[in-house]
Design a binder for this molecule. Structure first.
Ligand SMILES: [Zn+2]
Ligand SMILES: [Zn+2]
Length: 308
């Protein structure tokens, strides 16, 4: 069962060295979630074989152009293609005005319902859930209201031990309840659930944190996630610039990853001053060894971990 992140854009501000502005697609068991939508996102989707028609939810971090300038184009293409499936659009205040004003001025007649969900960028809140996952906001600190997103799978059902079905001749109509944790009544004898089942598969999680300056209070929110994307706009030698523009350095992102004890750190949102990203990897991995350089077209999968 898939849990994989594809990076479509990982540069900051303006495109450079064939790197695009920010966009990512998270595939959780064939549910596709688009996270940010910088200019060029549609072309990147085609290049990396993302089925854009399968995206029903779009999560926007903030209204800087490098995260949002591809959005109206994408929605326009959906309308041109005659899409009828609704889109849920999540993001900070003013996202709705940005989109609806653009659509109105273009006299774009949408063929599908567009549902806006304003995200409170000051608090950690549940913003979306379906039968598989929850998505919570992660309050970030940037020059304008900005939010990250935490994607978490919901608990899997317990695994029933096949031999116990035979032993107690359990009818299939009871299986669902047992998988949800119920005991079983075998002709008056109560068989505890723990005897009937094996632990469920562990859930997987992904935290997206871009753009933000170093912000320690996100650590409890992202604690123990399997995958963390944290922006690394600058190297630490540019700390002053990072503070002034409210971005993070590679070292700071790694410090967040280390304190939050995440599984893997993916870097990104690179300043155009860095053509070769090896310097970013070296700086971050000195603090947090399981760091990988975020690259466009790369797919980062999360496998099921064995429970200790
Ligand atoms: Zn940005
Ligand atoms: Zn920004």
């Amino acid at each position: 069962m898939r849990f994989e992140l594809t990076i479509l854009g990982c540069n900051s501000a303006i495109p450079a060295y064939d790197r695009n502005p920010t966009a990512q697609v998270l595939n959780i068991q064939e549910n596709l979630f688009l996270i940010d939508c910088g200019e060029g996102t549609q072309i990147q989707m085609s290049k990396f074989h993302i089925k854009r028609g399968k995206i029903n939810q779009i999560f926007i971090s903030h209204l800087h152009g490098d995260h949002v300038l591809g959005l109206v184009g994408l929605l326009n293409s959906y309308a041109l293609g005659g899409r009828t499936t609704p889109i849920d659009l999540f993001g900070p205040k003013d996202l709705e005005e940005f989109v609806t004003t653009s659509m109105r001025l273009m006299q774009n007649h949408s063929t599908f319902p567009l549902h806006f969900h304003e995200v409170d960028t000051e608090h950690n809140q549940l913003v979306f859930e379906n039968n598989l996952i929850t998505v919570h906001s992660i309050p970030l600190k940037h020059r304008i209201p900005t939010t990250g997103y935490l994607f978490k799978e919901k608990a899997y059902p317990l695994n029933i031990r096949p031999e116990k079905i035979t032993e107690h001749q359990i009818h299939y109509s009871h299986i669902k309840a047992i998988k949800a944790g119920a005991d079983y009544n075998d002709n008056g004898r109560i068989i505890p659930n723990a005897e009937l089942t094996l632990p469920a598969m562990p859930t997987r999680s992904y935290a997206y944190c871009s753009d933000t300056m170093y912000k320690e209070d996100i650590i409890p929110i992202i604690k123990g996630v399997d995958l963390l994307y944290h922006e690394t706009t600058f190297l630490h030698e540019e700390l002053e610039l990072a503070i002034r523009t409210q971005h993070s350095t590679a070292r700071q992102a790694a410090q967040i990853a280390q304190q939050a004890k995440v599984g893997k750190l993916i870097t990104g949102h690179y300043s155009s001053r860095y053509e070769d990203l090896e310097v970013v990897r070296v700086e971050a991995s000195q603090v947090f060894s399981n760091t990988v350089i975020g690259k466009e077209g790369e797919v980062y999968s999360v496998a099921f971990k064995q429970k200790n």
